[in-house]
Design a binder for this molecule. Sequence first.
Ligand code: ACO
Ligand code: KIV
Ligand code: MG
Length: 508
Amino acid sequence: MTRIKIFDTTLRDGEQSPGVNLNKLEKLEIAKQLERLGVDVMEAGFPASSQGDFEAVKKIAETVETVTVTALARAYKSDIDRAWEAIKDAKKPRIHVFIATSPIHMEYKLKKTQEEVSEIAVEMVRYAKEKCEDVEWSAEDASRSDLPFLASIIEKVIDAGATVINLPDTVGYTTPKEYGVMFRYIKDNVPNIEKVDLSCHCHDDLGMAIANSIAAMQNGATQIEGTINGIGERAGNVALEELVVALKIREDFYPYTTTLVLKEIKRTSDLISKFTGMVVPGNKAIVGRNAFAHESGIHQDGVLKNAQTYEIITPELVGIQSNNLVLGKHSGRHAFKDKVEQLDFTLTEEQITEAFKAFKLLTDRKKEVTDDDLFVILTDIQVDLSTLKKYELLSFQVQYGSHNLPTATVALNTPDGKRVETARTGQGSVEALYNTIEALIDEKIQLTDFTLSSIGKGKDALAEVHVTMIVDTYQSSMSGRGTAQDVLEASAHAFLNAINRIFFTKNQ
Ligand SMILES: CC(=O)SCCNC(=O)CCNC(=O)[C@H](O)C(C)(C)COP(=O)(O)OP(=O)(O)OC[C@H]1O[C@@H](n2cnc3c(N)ncnc32)[C@H](O)[C@@H]1OP(=O)(O)O
Ligand SMILES: CC(C)C(=O)C(=O)O
Ligand SMILES: [Mg+2]
């Protein structure tokens, strides 16, 4: 069995998904969960891209204990300085420096010749190496690069001190056979290649990211880069949970092992989906709602007789509890605290009190409180923005009738502590609500996305709303989420959450 290292880039490439904007606290929470999941390397961000990202990477580097923390840098000394400044306190830091090697990127984007790119790459790897022992170098758009040129530049950057060489399929263009041939060519034509880990990084534009990553492994890759839920630039990156579970289930066929803790997969996926607002499709492999559901009679009959007739993976393997019905109306604080620990949350006594109150409120309105419900409550409290000044929903009322113009009245607390209240109309209840909040905060807002889903089953299930919006003054896109038993209340919370996150990011 060959040990494959897992490099998670959810916090960097994953965050490049359109509309995704994670703040420092959310990134930190995801980083802690990735550590529990057992990834070998986490790419915490791109510190030169913004002050907020720099601070998030720094905090992650200071917090994470066992995992290598890396940060991305262009082939500029200033980017490398910034990356190093952010990760230098990590237990295991790595600088990740990249430059494109394909003809189209070199000619049109970088406006540089092969010789110039080669010189810059060597100089920057050498510069990074002076700061950090572990240096990964990526040949952006490797899969569309000239192979002899790629081999020659790789040999030089290894001599300059690179410890990992990554060959990304940046635009998701390659095929398994072609990508495998590229890895084999590099293995056979770079004399010092055995000194480094060879890494693949696949995008899913043609739906071949998994097949391409496997082809890379079969031809010498020992590190796989990807994201949880497959989020990332455009169609996303390879979904790590799919790849790793495929290797496990077909270990009879693929001689590769990883150290990922499979039972942490579902929780990691849920957390990332919640923070990014990117809802996991029901039919998604491994973590989709339907991945373990059997609908048709013949399948149900087979599963009843022997689950393995139609079930190749057990839900428990990836941390899905088949019966996660838990506390109820009569549960006390001790049982609640015990459950918080079982669910692996670390809350202060004050946060437990707050969570217990929220739980009790919910039990008044909802018969069965599941682990999924608790996960939402506890995550919101763990990633607490309550110390920050923000808009808070005090009360709202919406009047809707099939023959009336919907009208909303909303009262808010503003970040400087004032109570404001007004009313507006809209074509529907949500529009009336949002028009009213928009008037209260005195900003022009374009709502670019709105999704509503339920957490769990039943008429009394919690509603979860995700929104994406652009606030005119800041011209940046932001997502927000809100959970409540009522869909309108969840909608109001999601809208305010996005607004508060914009102010939070601006103030970071
Ligand atoms: C394949 C990938 O995923 S690459 C990572 C993509 N991630 C991001 O872009 C993160 C978000 N980006 C940002 O915040 C901004 O683009 C910044 C801060 C990084 C740079 O912003 P700006 O300085 O305004 O530059 P802008 O983004 O417009 O253009 C990129 C510049 O970097 C250059 N560049 C791109 N990649 C590299 C590289 N690897 N090494 C050196 N230069 C590079 C481009 O040629 C261009 O240079 P030019 O201004 O001389 O033409
Ligand atoms: C920066 C590199 C590693 C990248 O994300 C890509 O090429 O897709
Ligand atoms: Mg990428």
